[in-house]
Design a protein around this ligand. Structure first.
Ligand code: CDP
Ligand code: ZN
Length: 158
């Protein structure tokens, strides 16, 4: 049996000292604003996993009204979601992700981010792919008011 899941997330950008993306902190002159560490890529991956398994979404598991979730590491939320997915009998097939960001260039960091995601998921990096696109200078992405990410994931069960 196979199930596919889709995750999407957006965060507002403001002047700052770098971005959490896929569990890595990248040097940048802006930061993403959010209740947690605002790692837009890990949030999209978490929602894709939960969606594929039919286990809710990141906002249900970690309500932003709960003070316990303030500043919570996105890597920890992903780990908890993955535990639920595994407990339901699912194994990871593969993930394919897109980061929507005018800057910074993601390509030079792609290998490091893939390795980090694979480690967080306890899987081989060959199962994790990542791409990035600019906003072509227009709209909230292109004018660097926002960063977004999308992820599709395939889960398998015997
Ligand atoms: O050329 P096209 O309009 O299809 O895409 P683009 O948004 O101009 O991005 C061109 C290439 O730059 C992408 O395919 C990525 O390889 C790279 N890129 C990146 O490394 N980091 C970004 N934040 C955006 C794009
Ligand atoms: Zn988010």
């Amino acid at each position: 049996m196979q199930r596919i899941g889709l995750g999407h997330d957006t965060h507002r950008l403001e002047p700052g000292d770098g971005l959490w993306l896929g569990g890595l902190h990248l040097p940048h002159d802006r930061r993403a604003v959010g209740h947690s560490d605002a790692d837009v890529l890990l949030h999209a991956i978490t929602d894709a996993l939960l969606g594929a398994a039919g286990l809710g979404d990141i906002g249900e598991l970690f309500p932003n009204t709960d003070p316990a979730n303030r500043g919570r590491a996105s890597a920890e939320m992903l780990a908890i979601a993955l535990d639920h997915v595994r407990a339901a009998g699912w194994q990871l097939g593969n993930l394919d992700c897109v980061i929507f960001a005018q800057r910074p260039k993601i390509l030079p960091h792609r290998s490091a981010i893939r390795k980090r995601i694979a480690k967080l998921l306890g899987t081989d990096e060959s199962r994790v792919w990542l791409k990035a696109k600019t906003g072509e200078g227009v709209g909230p992405i292109g004018t660097e008011q926002a960063i977004a990410a999308e992820c599709v994931v395939l889960l398998q069960q015997d």
